[in-house]
Design a protein around this ligand. Structure first.
Ligand SMILES: [Zn+2]
Length: 418
C-alpha cells in the first residue's frame, strides 16, 4: 500500500517529514512491516505552500487498519490551527499506479492544480482518503503516490531533534560537517557551501529537523552522517526522493512559457547583462519564438559573476522558474561564445591616428594622411569565461534542481558550485 500525505506543516514549525517519521515508527510497531519513506518535492513556485512544497509517500506491505493510525497522527501533529494548513492523505492499495495518477503527479511538479482535480481522480479510482479543513493536502498526497522515484532518484537522510531541544539553538560542529563533505563529495552534496563558508544542510527555524544529508546513495550518505558531531539525534530517517533530479523543468520555446512553471530554453543573448541596486543581474535572450528576460538574483552569489560575462550573440541554455515574466535562473549553460571586438583608431607613423569625429575618418598628425572610417581597427577581445554549465550557489538551490556535479560525464564541461 502507498499512503500519500501533505500539508500538515505551517510556517511556524512542524514538518510533514517529521510527522511521517513518527507515523512510520508507529506503523512499524503496529504491523511490524518494513516501510519505505519517499520525500516528493512538487512545483517550487506555486502560491500555496509552506517552505519547500514537500509531500510524503509511505510504502508499506500491509493495508489493514492503517487509516485510523494515519488519522490519529495527523490530528495530533498537524498544525491544524494555522489558517494555511489543510492536510490531506490518500491511500492506494492496488498493484500498479494508473497512468492518470502518474500524469497528475507530473502536473503537480510542473504546474498548479486545484483540489477538485485531485478529488475527481480519488473518486474515479475509489481510493480511501482523509481530508482536513479545505483538504488542499490531497493534491500533494495524490501526487506523492503517482510520483516515480526510480532510476536517477536520490536520497536524503534527515536527523530529527529531541522535542525538548526544538526551541534551542542547534548544535552542529562545523568542522565535522566539512569533514563529512570532504570524504563523501561528490556522492553527497549541498552539505556545506565552501566558497561562502556556510553550513547549509541544517535549517535555521525552530522545526524538528536537525539536518539533512543529500546524496546519490545510502552508503555515502550514512558515511557522511557518521562523521558529524552534533547535539543528540532523536530519530534518523532515510528518504528516497526526487530532489536534485530537475523533475520540475521541461524544455520549451519562449512563446510557450507559463507563469509559475520551470523551463529549459535554448536562446541567444540580445542584451548585455546589467546589475541593479541590491546586486540582482538581468539580461535578455531570444529564440525564434520570442524574447525573454532572465535574472540572477543576489542570493545566487558568485553565479552572477559568470552571468555578467555574457555578451550579445552568445548562445546559451537557461534554466529556471518563470515568475512575473522573468526567468529566475538556476542554471546557465554557455554553448557558444560570440566574437567580440574592440575598436581602435588605425596606426600611422607609429602613432594612433586622430579621429575626425564619429564615422568621419582619421588623420595622422605627423604626415597628414587621411583615412576613412572603414579603416577602424578591430581587435578580437579575449572572452574571459569558458564554455560549459554553471549553477547558483548551493544555498540558493531549489530542492528539485539537479546539482551540476550530478551532470558530470555528459559531454560538456560543468562548473559545479560548492
Ligand atoms: Zn602618418
Amino acid at each position: 500500500m502507498l499512503i500519500g500525505i501533505d500539508d500538515t506543516d505551517s510556517p511556524s514549525g512542524m514538518c510533514t517529514t517529521y510527522l511521517a517519521t513518527i507515523l512510520k515508527n508507529a506503523l512499524e510497531q503496529e504491523v511490524g512491516d518494513s516501510i519505505e519513506l519517499r520525500l516528493i518535492r512538487l512545483n517550487p513556485t506555486i502560491q500555496f505552500k509552506t517552505r519547500g512544497n514537500a509531500s510524503i509517500c509511505i510504502s508499506i506491505e500491509h493495508s489493514y487498519d492503517v487509516l485510523d493510525i494515519v488519522r490519529k497522527h495527523i490530528e495530533q501533529m498537524a498544525h491544524l490551527e494555522d489558517e494555511g494548513t489543510h492536510p490531506g492523505a490518500v491511500f492506494f492499495d492496488k498493484r500498479t499506479v494508473p497512468s492518470d495518477i502518474k500524469s497528475f503527479a507530473y502536473d503537480a511538479m510542473h504546474s498548479e492544480l486545484c483540489i477538485s482535480e485531485a478529488t475527481e481522480l480519488i473518486e474515479r479510482h475509489g481510493l480511501d482518503f482523509l481530508s482536513f479543513k479545505k483538504g488542499r493536502g490531497l493534491i500533494g498526497a495524490l501526487a506523492a503516490i503517482g510520483a516515480s522515484v526510480g532510476e536517477g532518484s536520490t536520497f536524503e537522510l534527515i536527523a530529527y531533534r529531541f522535542e525538548e531541544d526544538f526551541a534551542k539553538n542547534r548544535y552542529i560542529n562545523a568542522d565535522s560537517v566539512s569533514c563529512a563533505d570532504l570524504s563523501t563529495y561528490p556522492y553527497t552534496w549541498d552539505t556545506i557551501d565552501r566558497k561562502n563558508k556556510e553550513v547549509i544542510f541544517a535549517p535555521h527555524s525552530s522545526d524538528p529537523v536537525l539536518y539533512g544529508i543529500r546524496g546519490d546513495d545510502p552508503f555515502h550518505i550514512l558515511t557522511a552522517h557518521s562523521k558529524i558531531i552534533s547535539e543528540p539525534v532523536a530519530h534518523l530517517t532515510l528518504y528516497r526522493t526526487n530532489q536534485g533530479t530537475d523533475a520540475h523543468v521541461r524544455d520549451a520555446q519562449i512563446r510557450d512559457l507559463q507563469e509559475g512553471c520551470s523551463y529549459i530554453v535554448t536562446a541567444t543573448v540580445i542584451s548585455e547583462p546589467h546589475t541593479i541596486t541590491g546586486g540582482h543581474t538581468f539580461f535578455e535572450v531570444k529564440d525564434n519564438s520570442g524574447t525573454l528576460l532572465c535574472a540572477a538574483f543576489e542570493p545566487t552569489k558568485q553565479f552572477r559573476t559568470i552571468v555578467r560575462k555574457l555578451r550579445l550573440d552568445d548562445t546559451v541554455i537557461v534554466q529556471g522558474s518563470y515568475v512575473d515574466n522573468c526567468l529566475h535562473l538556476e542554471k546557465l549553460q554557455i554553448v557558444d561564445l560570440s566574437d567580440q571586438y574592440k575598436k581602435a583608431n588605425p596606426i600611422c607613423c607609429n602613432k594612433s591616428m586622430k579621429s575626425l569625429g564619429r564615422e568621419q575618418g582619421f588623420r595622422c598628425d605627423k604626415c597628414k594622411t587621411v583615412k576613412s572610417a572603414r579603416h577602424t581597427n578591430k581587435t578580437s577581445e579575449r572572452r574571459d569565461v569558458m564554455i560549459g554549465a554553471y549553477e547558483v550557489t548551493p544555498s540558493a538551490r531549489r530542492h528539485l534542481a539537479e546539482p551540476l556535479i550530478r551532470k558530470r560525464n555528459q559531454g560538456y564541461a560543468v562548473f559545479p558550485s560548492r
